[in-house]
Design a protein. Sequence first.
Length: 118
Amino acid sequence: MPKTIVRSFSFDGDVLEVVFRYDDTLGIHFGDYPDFEETPRYTPKGRPWVNAMQDACIHGINHFEEARQCLDCGSCWFYLKEHPGDLIGICKNEHRQKRMMNLHAAQTERTMNNETEN
């Protein structure tokens, strides 16, 4: 059994690699998943990467029972994963995407203004 395995996750052309390390005692691989709350990451379309265990945002809709509030991203209807059982994916909620796109536009405008001033 290999001690490490690298798995690639891909959304919107953004590829993220996660290293899985083998635990001899338990006999399974554990993924070294990034903390997207601490270090946010976005796809080229401005959609945020999220962990299934990450606290849900105010825009969440419970995938299993709409009347109940989401507690984490994994129970949210907007959580999009590549394969069943994946613990990371992206948020497809337009509110979060628009916020990123507006942030990107503001950063681009600031950069352009700085370049014209210099």
